[in-house]
Design a protein around this ligand. Structure first.
Ligand code: HEM
Length: 377
């Protein structure tokens, strides 16, 4: 089996817009090959992980997407602004007096996950569980790791499936969220509870780790470019342009996969059914044929709408508006509340290795704490 890595902007757009030739089956899987029996045994206690929104084609994909499209309209997303801001303020309030924190652990994780929990109607107290399970799902889906690790990940996936299934069947007191409404609309959306469960899992996972990584990526890029940060703080550059550049420059989903369905040619290479193609959004976002000076981080608005961090075509990111809103609020809020915000020592930064979650797993930031505030602690 061949794997073609598609890096040019033009070719990535071409592949993303031709889902008949390039199927989304196993879109998240970076490795091929059989799964260990121990892992299969655990997963067999639950339900098949696919087809889900990301890894489905044609009518099946349309059916799944239609069931949730309405939740992510610009109006519904805009209504979340006060909640996002209040959650950000609350999280900052927990560490502001300390003068230093791991911003990924204490801000970039809990913020988007709390937003997703709110949308779904999951109790706030269960947010840490969602994080742990999602991590297991991601590692298992992408592939790699030894058997013992994959067994643990499979247990996480099983626990998450059971949790979501229980909520779909018995929504409980948080019953005003998306999970309850999906379950109530059963007849209308024509989806069974296993399909709904996969949609919910897809949303939980796709809807937070990408935002987590973008918050960290954005902070490092801005702090590495003080003149641009100053222009942003002085209102010379709109925060929307900052968000686009952060996503372009350090695209969290560097690439996803497609499976070739019919013999075809791509950029001079012959591809056969079963061949795999990686659509490299991150590389396309730095293609000098499509962008001016793509290797430079520059938050001044770029003229053309070439940014590919959310993909293109029928699988284009369902949560793009929500992600943009969270980043536009979450990043400036830190600079507003934490005076003298700066990067901690270089050895306190650790990168995540997953190609679909580029960014930092650990990122120490420091700031000045006014003496009066210190004294009250
Ligand atoms: C910075 C944040 C984000 C980035 C960079 C990102 C990136 C992407 C990309 C590249 C795809 C396309 C997948 C493909 O072509 O196969 C995608 C799909 C998707 N994203 Fe996002 N995403 C982000 C945030 C979110 C959020 C907040 C949600 C929550 C609703 C979300 C939900 C989804 C879903 C459900 C899909 C699958 C859509 C489909 O296959 O029809 N994403 N995302």
């Amino acid at each position: 089996m061949n794997v073609a890595v598609v890096t040019r902007h033009e070719d990535v757009v071409h592949v993303a817009h031709d889902p008949e030739t390039y199927s989304s089956e196993s879109a998240v899987k970076a490795t091929a090959g059989p799964e260990a029996d121990e892992v299969k045994q655990i997963l067999a206690e639950g339900w098949s992980l696919t087809p889900n929104l990301t890894e489905s084609d044609g009518e099946e994909h349309t059916r799944l997407r239609l069931a949730v499209n309405r939740v992510f309209t610009p109006r519904r997303v805009a209504e979340l602004e006060p909640f996002i801001r209040a959650t950000g303020e609350e999280l900052i309030g927990r560490f502001a007096a300390a003068g230093s924190t791991d911003i990924i652990e204490n801000y970039a994780w809990p913020l988007p996950l709390s937003v997703m929990a709110r949308i779904l109607g999951v109790p706030a107290g269960d947010v840490p569980l969602l994080r742990q399970w999602s991590h297991g799902w991601l590692k298992l889906s992408v592939g790699g790791g030894d058997v013992a690790e994959r067994v643990e990940c499979a247990r996480d996936v099983l626990a998450m499936q059971n949790y979501v299934m229980a909520m779909l069947r018995e929504p409980g007191p948080g019953g005003d969220g998306l999970i309850a409404s999906l379950a109530a609309d059963h007849a209308e959306n024509g989806l069974d509870d296993v399909e709904l469960m996969r949609i919910v899992m897809n949303l939980i996972i796709a809807g937070h780790v990408t935002v987590t990584r973008s918050i960290g990526n954005g902070l490092v890029s801005l702090l590495d470019h003080p003149a641009q940060l100053a222009a942003l703080r002085e209102g010379e550059i709109p925060p929307e342009a900052m968000v686009e550049e952060i996503l372009r420059f350090e695209s969290p989903v560097q690439g996803l996969f497609r499976t070739v369905t019919t013999e075809t040619e791509l950029a001079g290479s012959r591809l056969r059914p079963g061949d795999r193609v990686m659509v490299h959004f991150g590389a396309a976002n730095r293609d000098e044929r499509a962008l001016t000076d793509p290797g430079t981080f520059d938050i001044r608005p770029r003229g053309r709408r070439t940014m590919l961090a959310f993909g293109r075509g029928i699988h284009t990111c369902l949560g793009a508006g929500l992600a943009r809103l969270q980043l536009r609020i979450a990043i400036p809020l830190l600079f507003d509340r934490l005076p003298g915000l700066r990067l901690g020592p270089a050895d306190s930064r650790r990168r995540e290795r997953l190609v679909i979650a580029r960014g930092f797993d650990e990122l120490n930031l420091q700031w000045d704490v006014p003496q009066a505030q210190e004294a009250t602690q």
